[in-house]
Design a protein around this ligand. Structure first.
Ligand code: SF4
Length: 131
């Protein structure tokens, strides 16, 4: 199986842009992910921090990531997000272009998606990770 993707990656060349925060603070998912290059990253960094307004995915680093839970062989962050956001799973999943490879969906299913669209890495995820 191809490696799963972390849906809370940093902006870096090769990462897949798959969501953009809208004016209400929610993430609008793109129809197709866009693999970004150095030029995109450099340009995006001239404005507001890209991880506060875009969502990027890249390969899950597993043991190379501080959120990896070796005991459960999974990402510990998604469980914290589901608990903190506390949204019930929707009957209909929001369209998301990375679902087939998403680490969070792989672990938590529809609950992950129901609690995903207010997450932007540098704000909420950081606060949750430090909680
Ligand atoms: S949790 Fe669901 S909505 Fe969020 S990135 Fe993964 S598949 Fe997409």
């Amino acid at each position: 199986m191809a490696s799963l993707l972390c849906p809370s990656s940093v902006a870096k060349p090769g990462a897949a842009l798959f969501g953009v925060q809208d004016a209400s603070g929610h993430v609008e998912y793109l129809d197709e992910p866009i693999v970004v290059d150095q030029t995109f990253v450099d340009t995006a960094r001239q404005g507001r921090v890209p991880e506060e307004r875009f969502r990027f995915a890249s390969n899950c680093a597993k043991t190379g990531c501080g959120h990896w839970d070796s005991g459960h062989a999974g990402c510990s962050l998604v469980g914290k997000i589901v608990e903190a956001m506390n949204q019930k799973a929707d009957a209909t999943l929001v369209a998301c272009p990375i679902r087939n490879q998403c680490r969070w969906y792989h672990q938590e299913g529809a609950l992950a998606c129901a609690n995903c669209d207010e997450v932007v890495r540098n704000v909420r995820v950081k606060a949750l990770a430090e909680a």
